[in-house]
Write a protein that binds this ligand. Structure first.
Ligand code: NOJ
Length: 758
């Protein structure tokens, strides 16, 4: 009782404190806005970039003068305490009202110390580890002059052709929501106190549904029912908002025929009114201007549309800067609308403590000490090892022995340039560890020999498309045959071959959609030649998307998917290859057998003509030429050890809406290594007024088991786990039968049933 009253008093005090803080902020901002002209207010809505990470055709011009004239609210694309300091000086010393600038950047998977790409990170299913990676990124970025990072990207994606699948947490809304929360917490600090000098304000993106573009083509149209949005696509954005994310970025795509950036239902009705978001909304790069190409009118019209929809800040396109005053005079926008947007920009600066000290996140001493520190690199290495997914390991080929001769072969074996992956704008590839280096560091007495074996691709036109940010696909002076001969010669003399194959870093990421998601022909030829030598071949696969690996799976005895592991990728890969760390990553996207199966995802509907088993049946929902199931399902990933699952025991066979259901089972490590398993729980609502998916992830737990050890794993389900959206978009439950599944992936599960009563 005493404890409860203490909690109540404490939470009342926190609420009162927050009110007082808000009142102080409101008074400060109101006073400042009282001094501002309409031009200065519009100036605050302008986010510019002098270059750096450019993701469109426009770069802001005359930036210094605009800052002086009060025409800039924030800047992104520069980093480093000295550079940021100089830009801030112009605003603070030379603009009329001395309002500090906000400095943003794409801090996506690490800042200078690069962690695995987000898709890889998600495969760790380890929210503490993910939070720590964001914490470290924020520590480095804030020392480097930055207040604001454009992450987390939480777009659910079911189409691996889409290059940006690399930037998110995969196909599942439950896991995606957990990861969204962890990242916001990591960036903004545990209690969202943005005045701290080692935090940055997070930006959840791309609001909304950007991952559902038709045909996996970037910037393409999306269209879906509201129920699908609410149930599968919106939860991770909502989770970030609930976690207190400071800002939201609009997406490029349209929703219900209206571009997200001009979509009032999305930005105001849903985000602000239903979800209660109070922070800043920024557009994506030139997204206001792009509404003209979408067919929504000229720049003045679309700028007014965006402001009226609820957008506060205009990234790069300057539609707000150049047209809002005219629209105000013509009655197309209101002064209130401009004031609201300006207030939210100023509030963000206030929350970040910039009015107290505009230079608070430029810390040369901290930058020198912390950036790429041994501690950060150690965390990156550990995180990378947790992100790798062992897709195949016949006859326990892995882990490798630290003896004999190991041939390390492939275009990605000695390529620092490709270790960091997409969106590592502040990462220095030269500081990364290549696979060859990592293997040499970790090989003990083994003799390591190397050959490139093939170009990453022999298609020069394709390479030009990929090499926009630098040479990731290079061309050897030797012919393909000469390279192959060298590779097979050394492979024949080795005990085992490690074939380091896959994608170049920028074959995924923005504007990197692909229609063929298999290995490039040059690499497939190399792989075939290596397998033909008769030596055991381990594929170490670099990729930012699920790839089609049917041939590889049929012919190579072992495949380790390493995504793009970041600065310490090479060392982490060696840690796993040599068994210092038992791989524990689990896929967060389904791997299709071929492109024709896309979109393919585990939480699909049953249909009226479901296929019974895997064999083709006429007049059933299937294909003539390929099975329905993916090559590797969601949640899948092997370990060097093996885990067995007991049957499920349920605390009750019937539960009422107020009950909790205990789901218990025992997991045993039956193999020869200590290891970690991610135990996954799925449910299926068997009968409902809105058709439900065949499985939905509702919980997971990571358990560490010594070899031979057993542990009981227990989950508690409540009514919230059994709810779904109905046609009125209310979250409801319906009594009836449910199934519960538990297993180490979404396919191989134990099953039990229970009934929800009225
Ligand atoms: C465009 C991308 O879509 C977005 O993710 C990124 O944050 C901005 N450019 C800024 O670089």
């Amino acid at each position: 009782m005493k404890k409860i009253s203490f909690i109540i008093i404490a939470s009342v005090m926190v609420t009162l404190q927050l009110y007082a803080q808000d009142a102080k902020m409101n008074a400060f901002v109101s006073e400042l806005m009282g001094k501002m002209t309409i031009d200065e207010k519009i100036g605050q809505l302008n986010l510019v970039t002098p270059g750096g990470a450019v993701t469109g055709s426009v770069v802001s011009s005359d930036v210094d003068n605009k800052i002086r004239n009060g025409q800039v609210g924030g800047l992104f694309g520069i980093t480093g305490p000295d550079k940021v300091h100089k830009a801030q000086e112009i605003a603070v010393n030379n603009s009329r009202l001395k309002i500090p600038l906000l400095f943003g950047l794409d801090v996506i998977h690490g800042h200078r110390t690069i962690f695995p790409i987000p898709l890889g990170l998600s495969c760790s299913w380890d929210t503490a580890l993910i939070e720590r990676s964001a914490r470290i990124a924020a520590t480095e970025a804030s020392a480097d002059g930055l207040d604001w990072g454009f992450s987390p990207m939480v777009d659910i994606a079911r189409d691996p052709r889409w290059g940006r699948i690399a930037e998110g947490a995969g196909e599942d809304p439950f896991l995606g929501s957990q990861i969204a929360r962890a990242m916001v917490k990591g960036y903004q600090g545990a209690n969202n106190d943005l005045t701290k000098t080692d935090v940055i304000m997070a930006c959840v993106k791309h609001f909304a549904l950007y991952g559902a573009e038709d045909a996996g083509r970037d910037y393409n149209t999306t269209d879906m029912s509201r129920i699908k949005m609410y149930q599968y696509y919106l939860p991770p954005y909502k989770a970030a908002v609930d976690a207190g994310v400071g800002t939201v970025m609009s997406s490029f795509n349209e929703i219900d025929g209206i571009p997200a950036t001009g979509n009032k239902w999305l930005m105001t009705d849903l985000l602000r009114k239903q979800w209660g978001f109070k922070g800043l909304v920024v557009t994506d790069y030139t997204a206001v201007n792009e509404m003209s190409a979408h067919g929504e009118g000229d720049l003045q019209t679309v700028s007014a549309l965006a402001l009226n929809a609820g957008i506060d800040m205009d990234m790069v396109g300057e539609g707000f800067l150049t047209t809002l005053k005219k629209s105000l005079q013509e009655g197309k926008v209101t002064e209130q609308g401009i004031n609201d947007a300006c207030r939210r920009v100023l509030e963000a600066k206030y929350k970040l403590g910039l009015f107290d000290n505009p230079y608070r996140r430029m810390d040369m001493v901290r930058a020198n000490k912390e950036i790429l520190s041994a501690e950060h690199r150690k965390a990156a290495r550990e995180t990378a090892a947790h992100s790798f997914v062992l897709l195949k390991n016949d006859n326990q080929l892995l882990p490798l022995k630290k003896s004999g001769t190991i041939a390390v072969i492939g275009p990605l074996a000695d390529s620092k340039r490709n270790m960091l992956g997409t969106w590592s704008v502040s990462g220095d590839p030269a500081k990364s560890i290549s696979v060859l280096e990592g293997i040499k560091n970790g090989a003990g007495a083994a003799n390591i020999v190397y050959a490139k074996g093939a170009n990453l691709s022999d298609d020069r036109e394709f390479a030009k498309h990929v090499n926009v940010f630098g040479t990731e696909i290079d061309f050897d002076n030797r012919s393909a045959d000469e390279m192959l001969t060298e590779a097979t010669t050394i492979a024949s003399k080795a005990d085992v071959v490690v074939a380091v194959l896959g994608e170049a870093a920028d074959m995924t990421g923005e504007s990197s959609s692909m229609s063929n998601i298999g290995l490039q022909e040059s690499q497939l030829n190399l792989l075939k030649a290596l397998i033909k030598t008769g030596k055991p071949v381990v594929i170490v696969l670099f990729n930012g998307r699920p790839m089609t690996l049917t041939w590889e799976n049929d012919h190579a005895p072992a495949i380790l998917d390493v995504w793009f592991g970041g600065t310490e990728a090479g060392n982490a890969i060696a840690d796993v290859l040599f068994g210092n760390y038992d791989p524990s990553g689990k896929l967060t996207t389904s791997f299709p057998r071929n492109v024709g199966q896309i979109p393919i995802y585990y939480n699909h509907k049953n249909t009226g003509r479901p296929l019974d088993g895997n064999e083709f049946q006429k007049f059933r929902s299937d294909y003539l030429d390929v099975s329905n199931d993916p090559l590797y399902p969601f949640g899948y990933g092997l370990s060097y050890t093996r885990f067995s699952y007991s049957d499920i025991s349920l605390s009750k066979k019937e539960i009422s809406p107020n009950d909790k259901l205990q789901v218990r089972l025992t997991v045993t490590n039956t193999g020869n290594f200590d290891g970690e398993e991610t135990v996954q729980l799925y449910i299926r609502d068997m009968v409902a007024t809105i058709t439900q998916p065949v499985k939905e992830l509702k919980a997971f737990q990571k358990v560490w088991l010594k070899k031979g050890e057993s542990k009981e794993v227990s989950f508690t389900l409540s009514i919230d786990d059994l709810k779904f959206y109905n046609s009125d978009l209310n979250l409801i439950y319906e009594p009836g039968d449910f199934k519960v599944f538990v297993g180490g992936n979404s396919r191989d599960v134990k099953e039990a049933g229970f009934t929800l009563t009225k």
